[in-house]
Design a protein around this ligand. Sequence first.
Ligand SMILES: CC(C)(COP(=O)(O)OP(=O)(O)OC[C@H]1O[C@@H](n2cnc3c(N)ncnc32)[C@H](O)[C@@H]1OP(=O)(O)O)[C@@H](O)C(=O)NCCC(=O)NCCS
Length: 163
Amino acid sequence: MIHLERLTWDNYDDVLKLKVAKEQKEYIVPNSDSLIHAFFAMTENKAQIFPFGIYLGKTPVGFMMIARDVPWIEQYYGSPAKYYYIWRFMIDKRYQGNGYGKEAMLQALDFIRTVPPAGEAEYCWLSYEPENTVAQKLYASLGFEERPELYEELAEMPAVLKL
Ligand SMILES: CC(C)(COP(=O)(O)OP(=O)(O)OC[C@H]1O[C@@H](n2cnc3c(N)ncnc32)[C@H](O)[C@@H]1OP(=O)(O)O)[C@@H](O)C(=O)NCCC(=O)NCCS
């Protein structure tokens, strides 16, 4: 029932309204800010950004933004030609705890493995606040491995998965 839909003129408004719980606001910026960040990453840094709504049938339940060729990531992680980066990921507070986040991540990984929107890659990276144990466990269950040696420079915990 869960699927990803590219953000378009037709659906962006509903997806931008989705919100995390108050105590989760330190883990992610509002979705509208993410799109503004995407604009600057694309226009100023020549990054490739792929924003998606996460849908349960016709109902938008979350947001995900996948990135490629992000210069400030390259400086930490190595050549941008070899990976995708899950830059933003959230499930609205009303829909959390139902398995939708995990299913959305599985579909995102399947998507970048099978129909990579900016060419094939070897790795998928992401990062999270170390106290965000729900995200940490979810990513670990999918095979992401933490890279604590990069933590201090990034001020977030990076983790990587071989695609
Ligand atoms: C992280 C997030 C996307 C997970 O989405 P979700 O739909 O709630 O996750 P799921 O229902 O698929 O659950 C995934 C796992 O986390 C567990 N989990 C989910 N919510 C939990 C909670 N509040 N407390 C403890 N465990 C929880 C589930 O039991 C499940 O574990 P399992 O696979 O062992 O059964 C969601 O919590 C969120 O949007 N958080 C705020 C934003 C955020 O932190 N984004 C990530 C930034 S890196």
